[in-house]
Design a binder for this molecule. Structure first.
Ligand code: SUG
Length: 448
């Protein structure tokens, strides 16, 4: 049976702004309080989806969330009408209002961890929504994420959904940003690779000194158990704590994998050789031949990787078995990175082509091409069971761009977030969106 990797990209929400909310994420911190352009952000994301669809890849779309999150503000003690809640928060606790307005759900690599049916005990595709426990503004995403994923992958015969892990730092889980899957073909059993930043319960593991390690070993292990993965089909590795301290807040900022290939930076992991050997032997047991492409620090420094997002790229398989790398524009403007990429694609290895996308609006908050997509490997039957409303087509692209043009502002600052009118605008837009994507009622304002 045919199988595919379907990339579901997060549609940027209408409140996209630079809140400076993510300590440890260099771009988010350094662009704090700049004015943003939500319309441009959404159109840049849609252009990438359209381009991948036009190249023949399976492409889907994942809806943004209701923001400002008035219900979250109410839980923090703000009261009255919705407008009063927003006005009171703006007056007394602007950082909380900003956090409740973040469009961070666009980075859907953090929405969930997904295990394809070929890897799981019950033969279904398993999803665990990420608790995103490290940052308040992201920790409020998972209830809606679960509803949206439930509406997209509704058929229980093929899809199993797990609630987010317990909402404490010991089970901090950032979803697919720290998860990669290796396989010979998408529909065959593979090896799931979980990268953690620290252990919450075992003090023998080192931890970063400056910035938080968002993913714990125990969270990754819990997800593997929930999904019914075989021990032989799982590899755990620890992220090098010193790169976390240099701004590598997720593994997908320093490594990306696809098919039988891992593309990674020399400093990405601890005990790299042992990890590569385990990946290689476990992949061999399911018929695959593991290949790694290591980028040496002499060619690209960790700082270059963090600034250019070289590894936050999409590594995609082409029909001839070679691969294509989708990178952000920032890779072209970094001389060392661009030179490295020229050498890489010219060397006749597996990665043959690089395509550059302008995703500046998202990049300024630390979100590159890979952050913006959630990968779901599906066989033909499973793909047919996905809600067809969320699969990208030329007409859907047209409706979504028109929808963005109609509803999105082209400038957003802190003052705009304090405007109660914004809430009404966003709800109006999202109500229409759920009809376009045929999601049914998924937002708090639709179900309460
Ligand atoms: O969680 N930025 C996101 C970026 C997530 C990128 N995702 C992956 N690497 N997979 C984060 O740090 C910034 C929001 C702000 O500051 O306004 C933010 O949430």
């Amino acid at each position: 049976m045919k199988s595919y990797e379907v990339n579901f990209d997060g549609l940027v929400g209408p409140t996209h702004n630079y809140g400076g909310l993510s300590y440890g994420n260099v771009a988010s911190q350094s662009n704090s309080q700049q004015s943003s352009n939500p319309k441009e952000a959404a159109l840049q994301g849609l252009a990438k989806m359209k381009a991948l669809m036009d190249m023949g890849f399976q492409q889907g779309v994942l809806a943004p969330q209701e923001r400002p999150d008035v219900a979250a503000l109410r839980r923090l003690g703000f009261a009255g009408s919705d407008a009063q809640v927003i006005q009171q928060a703006a007056k007394e606790a602007m950082p909380l209002l900003v956090a409740s307005c973040s469009a961070s759900s666009m980075w859907v690599a953090n929405a969930a961890t997904v295990s394809p049916s070929a890897d799981t005990a019950d033969g279904r595709v398993h999803f665990t929504a990420a608790n995103l426990n490290c940052k308040y503004h992201r920790s409020i995403e998972h209830p809606t994420t679960s509803r949206v994923l439930g509406a997209m992958f509704a058929d229980q015969q093929h899809f199993a959904h797990h609630a987010a892990l317990p909402a404490v730092a010991q089970f901090g889980d950032e979803g697919a940003a720290n998860h990669t899957r290796f396989c010979r073909a998408y529909g065959e059993a593979g090896v799931e690779f979980f990268v953690f930043g620290r252990s919450a319960f075992d003090t023998r593991y080192p931890a970063p000194q400056k910035y938080p390690a968002r993913q714990t070993l125990e969270a990754s292990q819990a997800v593997a158990r929930l999904h019914g993965l075989r021990e032989e089909g799982v590899v755990y590795a620890q992220q090098n704590p010193s790169v976390i301290d240099q701004g590598v807040f997720h593994n997908d900022v320093i490594a990306v994998g696809n098919g039988e290939v891992l593309f990674y930076h020399e400093d990405a992991f601890l005990e790299t050789d042992k990890m590569l050997a385990e990946l290689s032997s476990k992949l061999a047991k399911v018929g695959g031949k593991f290949q790694s492409v290591c980028v040496p620090r002499s060619a690209v420094t960790v700082d270059d990787a963090v600034r250019s997002y070289l590894f936050n790229s999409q590594l995609l398989s082409r029909p001839d078995g070679s691969m294509l790398l989708i990178v952000p524009e920032e890779c072209r403007s970094n001389e060392r990175v661009w030179q490295y990429l020229q050498g890489l694609t010219g060397a006749g290895g597996v990665i043959r082509e690089v395509k550059v996308f302008d995703l500046k609006q998202s990049m300024q908050n630390g979100g590159g091409p890979a952050c913006l997509r959630l990968r779901v490997a599906l066989n033909e039957t499973e793909l047919a069971a996905v809600n067809p409303g969320v699969i990208m087509t030329a007409p859907l692209y047209d409706s979504l761009t028109q929808w963005v043009e109609r509803h999105y502002r082209d400038r957003m600052t802190e003052n705009d977030l304090a405007d109660p009118q914004l809430l009404l605008e966003c709800r109006g837009a999202l109500d229409e969106l759920t009809q376009i994507l045929k999601l049914g009622a998924v937002y708090p304002f639709q179900i309460n």
